[in-house]
Design a protein around this ligand. Structure first.
Ligand code: SF4
Ligand code: SF4
Length: 443
């Protein structure tokens, strides 16, 4: 029997995992950090510090502003320079706390020892509260506050936890390195998430191009009850929640519904590691692993980075921008965003920084659609991308909603495969944004 994967669509871009063998190294602490207040899906947090306040590493500097929002902690020690706006990876100005760094003084209650603590003392409710207070959000890129997923709405019940160790985006290797170097802590994080979700079974899905991580975690999981590693066929976008659920437990999440509808809670391996650190080490989320890579980059790397560090600094640490750079992307090549400038702060959702040469980043000229249907064949959500793009061009918002544009997971498979080089995802994102606004104003 072949390896499991999801049923509908999918593509297999070149993997280009140049940094797969680069151990995680701590990036230098910068002289100043810009910590955006909106690093999660939902409303930006409210700053609770002011210009002139001194802060320590791990100190709370912003509180949630609504149900879907998250705490934000200082990643450095020093003095608050100002509360201002900064441009983030999306290219928009966002409110942020700017801190001048002085030393590296951590809150005393954070356990900085290398000891691995397996015994989980907190109750289910205490775990959820700890994850919430530690500002943990989905580190795979979605940045949905993690505690909310552990608290199903009335009438719904979690039955199984799925851990996303797929890292299906080409180039990215941060999750791979976490599984190899922090495997034990990550598996303990999985057992904490199981307790928090109230389930007795968890599956860690890992694509078969990471045999070392599969073998390592399988070995560790022998010691932990109810956690199983599931090797998966390499297929993009298997890291999508609905695709992972289909691949691992063969359940289909209905259109417009969340994974909890089929009893599933999905979290990323990086998130599981962050949960371990929060619950067992009292360490809030103020740093993360970021892959910095590119075909022509001198030292493709995986850095442990304090949130708010400038992307420019990471590129310099990886050997500097190659001369013929055409584009720098935050995130993976399929779903990431091209940066308008390099002085962009790393946030909780920053999985990678990719450097593309001019020839790699050149877009070919768009040709008329030849109705080949390839975009339909690869869409993992069963949509008709050429149609959604046309409807967006013609501002047919009602029809777009009827044709389920909101189901698009923005994976980019359609655009990747289109022989006419049509910017399908650009159009669909635009259509989705407009339809989303219309739906929200109606509700
Ligand atoms: S970007 Fe959207 S429409 Fe295109 S393949 Fe992915 S899910 Fe389908
Ligand atoms: S893949 Fe491109 S050319 Fe083919 S149907 Fe879709 S939009 Fe048209």
């Amino acid at each position: 029997m072949g390896l499991r994967t999801f049923k509908k669509g999918g593509v297999h871009p070149d993997e280009n995992k140049f940094s797969a063998n680069a151990p995680i190294q701590s990036a230098d602490i910068p002289k100043q950090v810009s910590i955006p207040l909106g690093q999660h899906i939902g409303a930006p947090a409210n700053a609770i510090v002011q210009k002139g306040d001194t802060v320590k590493v791990g100190q709370l500097i912003a509180e949630p502003n609504g149900f879907v929002s998250a705490n934000i902690h200082s990643s450095v020690s020093g003095t608050v320079n100002k509360i201002d706006t900064v441009i983030d990876a999306s290219g928009f100005k966002r409110p942020a706390v700017i801190i001048d760094v002085e030393g590296d003084e951590w809150l005393e209650n954070i356990d900085r020892s290398a000891d691995i603590i397996a015994d989980v003392k907190l109750s289910k409710e205490e775990i959820v509260e700890k994850i919430k207070s530690s500002g943990i959000v989905g580190l795979g890129g979605a940045t949905f506050p993690s505690h909310i997923k552990l608290t199903p709405p009335p009438g719904k019940k979690a039955e199984v936890l799925l851990i996303n160790g797929v890292e299906c985006e080409p180039y990215l290797t941060a999750d791979h390195r976490i599984m190899l170097e922090k495997g034990e802590e990550t598996v303990i994080g999985v057992s904490i998430l199981m307790k928090g979700a109230g389930v007795s079974k968890a599956y860690i899905g890992i694509e078969n191009n990471k045999p070392d991580a599969i073998a390592h975690l399988k070995n560790i999981c022998k010691k932990y009850k109810g956690i199983e590693v599931v090797p998966l066929k390499v297929q993009y976008p298997q890291g999508g929640e609905k695709q992972l659920i289909d691949a691992v437990i063969r359940r289909e999440v209905p259109s417009g519904a969340l994974p909890i509808e089929v009893g599933a809670v999905v979290q990323n391996v990086g998130t599981a590691f962050a949960v371990y650190e929060a619950v067992q080490k009292n360490k809030p989320l103020f740093e993360r692993v970021v892959t910095v890579t590119g075909k022509k980059l001198e030292k493709p790397s995986n850095f442990l980075v304090r949130i708010g560090t400038s992307t420019q600094q990471l590129i310099d640490a990886a050997g500097g921008l190659p001369q013929d750079t055409g584009k720098v992307v935050s995130g993976g090549p399929m779903m990431g965003k091209a940066l308008s400038m390099l002085d962009i702060p790393v946030t909780k959702g920053s999985s990678g920084v990719l450097i593309f040469s001019e020839s790699e980043s050149k877009r070919r000229k768009m040709e008329p659609c030849i109705r080949c249907g390839k975009c339909v064949g690869v869409c993992p959500m069963g949509l008709e991308p050429y149609l959604l793009a046309n409807q967006t061009e013609q501002k047919m918002w009602e029809q777009l909603e009827t044709d389920s544009v909101m189901d698009c997971i923005e994976c980019g498979s359609c655009m990747y495969t289109c022989p006419a080089d049509r910017p399908l995802l650009d159009f669909i994102r635009l259509g989705k944004g407009t339809v989303g606004k219309i739906m929200r104003s109606r509700n």
